[in-house]
Ligand binder design. Sequence first.
Ligand SMILES: [Zn+2]
Length: 470
Amino acid sequence: METSNLVTASLVVTTILIITPFFVTPKTKDSKRKKKNNLNKEIEIKTYTFGLINQGNNICFLNSVLQSLASLKGLRKYLEKKVESNLSDTKRPVSFALHATLERLNEPLTKQQSFIATDVVLALQANARRLINRQQQDAHELFQLLIQSLGAEEDYDRRPKSLLDLEIIKKLASKDEKITHFVSDRNPLRGLTACRVSCMKCGYCGPIRHITFDNISIPLPSGLPSVPLDVLLKTYAGTDFIDEYNCPHCSLVETLATIENALENAKWTPNDKENELKLEDDRQVIKKALATDVDTDISSQLQLTKLAHVKSTASKHTMFAKLPDVFAIHFSRSIYYQSGWTLKNPCKVKFSDSIDMMKYISGGYLANMPSEPMSSPPSPILSSPMSSPILAGIGASSRRSDIPCEGGNIYTLKSVVVHQGDHRSGHFVTYRRKEDSDIWWRLSDEYVEEVKLKQVLNEEAYMLFYEKAQ
Ligand SMILES: [Zn+2]
């Protein structure tokens, strides 16, 4: 690395030191681990990997995220395609910088080495000025900043290209040549949830809505020493309850009752004939809405009537409609007290080195009947959530899938981000699986050591990264 780059990196890193005083304390145990590593040279020679220097001792959250992402083969492939496309890297600085850094972190080494993630820092700084106004405080926020930046660069790819571009016209005229940069490959972190709200008073089911995600954030229960990941996922992809739900069906029913009461009981005079007719028209509009589409906004069609707004309790059912190739989970560990105190929740999540996502996903059929569950897990033989037509796009509401299964939904643990310390200060480390192996490293900035899976699974996870089998 050139000296000028190092100087620039130092300036940037110093800037981050001033704006991000969170979660950072000096390390004490790593010097001992380094000495221990030197005693096991034979093992280290086989398993060396780059550490990331924490210049200024303040970017461990960045280093931990980069080391975690380096374990994700699907993300590396996605970035590689970005880099291989024809557009100038000036339009996608984060994609290029992240790709170069993750590839370097996967280079085989014969001795321990470290570097500063200067390129990513510079690219993020440039994007942060353009995209966001707040500072990154911890590993999860940094992760989100990275993904947002990649998304913004992906959006650039999707902008309509000018047909005055001679090269594009040539490619359009060629039947054999693919216009690769017209189509963006899907971000492997992107998934889709399906959500249905049902009124518990009348049984009305709202339309099934789909929401994209690139990671899920799960609050941990307070007061429990530990909780299985399976329970957290079932709770996340399960049923919740909403108070004060504005039910459109209950509102129409009450409005209709009010109109009919007025029509039957009011003492209409000949002078009121016009209003009586208008009210009768309103009744027909509401009866039609109840019979056809409760969700249609009919307020502009009503002449005399103002719609009632009936509140009720509703159940909210959520399922994973389309799983991402890389499943990123963040555990919210903040406990907020009325006194203003915020403490870290020490609840330990019991996780394993693989999970079967089949039981958390919707089948190919999403029901919007109140008497039916929204969906059942798909048969492993008959359908695949990754290929199901219901899951192919946003906005679909209810279709059946009979596409043969193209693979299971087993996800393998690839990396774990751990926060050591309390809510106000601490240090981020990452446990990362070596590509295509069962070797695990503990990476604390530039300090690297090989560890057993048992140690990884016993850690107090802050973020987990699972990847679907390729
Ligand atoms: Zn209702």
